[in-house]
Design a protein around this ligand. Structure first.
Ligand code: SF4
Length: 275
C-alpha cells in the first residue's frame, strides 16, 4: 500500500541499516520479501538469543525463571555470569529509580515514517536514563562500528526526542553475553552534537527513501551500491543484481510467498499504521 498523508510506514533500526548500506538490498528484503534459504546454525543461535531475552524480561517482571534455568545450562551460565558482572542491572529497582521497564517500546514520527525502537531494559531516575541491550553474538563488533550502527543512533535519538532528558544524560550500554564465555559491555554516552548529526542524517535518509519509493511506483528499482564493492561479494542478491563473482557459491533467492510477482509494489510488507 502506498504511503499517503494519513498512513505512516513503520521502520526499525534494521531497516535503516539496510537502507543505508544498500538501497537495492532494502528493496529486495523489505518491499519484495525475498529470502535466502535459512541457515540452521544461525536459526539455532537466534532461538537461544530469543530465549535469553525472554528470560531477562520474565526476571524483570518478577516472574519465576528457575524452571527455565534448570532446563537449560547455557541460559543458567549466562545468567550467573550476568549476575556477577552487572549485579546492578539484575537488582530490584532502587528507591532512586523512577522508571524501570523491560522490552520497552517507543515510537517517533519523522516525516511519513514511524520509527520504532524496543529497549531490552530502560532504567531512569531524576537525572539520567540508561538503555540496555543484550546481545548473544559470539564477538562484539568494534566500538566505532557499533556507534555508527542505526541501533545505537536510533535508540539514543528516539529517547532524547520522546523524553525530557538532555542527550548528555542518556546512555546506551550493550552487553555481549556470548563472547567466549565472558561478558563484555560497550557503553555510549549521548551528546547534543551527535543528536543533531543523527537528526540530519535521518531526515536525509528518509527523504531519499520517499524519493526512491516514488520512483519505485513508476517501475524503477532502488539504487545499487557502486560496482566492485565488497558487499556484493557476500550478498544473497548478487545473481539478481548481476554482481556475481564466484558462480557456484552464491545462494539462490526464493520468494517468501509463492505466486507473488516481485515487480509488484509490495509496500504492505512494511507494517503500516493509520493516524
Ligand atoms: S548484490 Fe550488491 S547491489 Fe545488489 S543488493 Fe547486494 S549489495 Fe546491493
Amino acid at each position: 500500500m502506498r504511503s499517503t498523508q494519513t498512513q505512516l510506514l513503520r521502520l526499525s533500526q534494521g531497516q535503516l541499516n539496510l537502507l543505508e548500506s544498500c538501497p537495492r538490498q532494502f528493496q529486495h528484503t523489505y518491499l519484495e520479501q525475498l529470502h535466502s534459504p535459512r541457515d540452521p546454525e544461525h536459526e539455532e543461535r537466534q532461538t537461544l538469543g530469543s530465549r535469553f531475552h525472554l528470560l531477562m524480561q520474565q526476571r524483570e517482571m518478577g516472574l519465576p525463571i528457575d524452571t527455565f534455568l534448570q532446563a537449560d545450562p547455557q541460559l543458567q551460565s549466562w545468567t550467573s555470569a550476568f549476575a556477577n558482572a552487572a549485579p546492578e542491572i539484575l537488582a530490584a529497582a532502587s528507591y532512586r529509580q523512577t522508571f524501570r521497564s523491560s522490552e520497552h517500546y517507543r515510537t517517533l514520527q519523522v516525516q511519513d515514517y514511524l520509527l520504532t525502537v524496543i529497549y531490552d531494559l530502560l532504567i531512569a531516575d531524576q537525572e539520567q536514563a540508561q538503555i540496555f541491550d543484550w546481545k548473544t553474538y559470539p564477538q562484539p563488533p568494534n566500538k566505532r562500528k557499533l556507534e555508527q550502527n542505526w541501533q545505537t543512533r536510533l535508540y539514543l535519538y528516539v529517547l532524547a526526542e520522546t523524553s525530557e532528558y538532555l542527550p548528555e544524560n542518556i546512555s546506551m550500554t550493550y552487553w555481549f553475553v556470548q563472547s567466549e564465555g565472558k561478558l563484555q559491555s560497550v557503553k555510549f554516552i549521548y551528546k547534543t552534537a551527535q543528536h543533531q548529526q543523527t537528526a540530519k542524517k535521518l531526515n536525509q535518509l528518509l527523504s531519499q527513501l520517499t524519493h526512491w519509493l516514488e520512483r519505485y511506483y513508476c517501475g524503477e528499482q532502488f539504487p545499487q551500491v557502486p560496482e566492485g564493492r565488497k558487499a556484493c561479494d557476500y550478498c544473497q542478491y548478487a545473481t539478481r543484481c548481476n554482481r556475481l563473482k564466484a558462480t557456484s557459491e552464491q545462494m539462490s533467492v526464493t520468494k517468501s510467498s509463492s505466486g507473488v510477482d516481485t515487480t509488484l509494489l509490495n509496500l504492505a510488507t512494511i507494517q503500516e499504521i493509520s493516524l
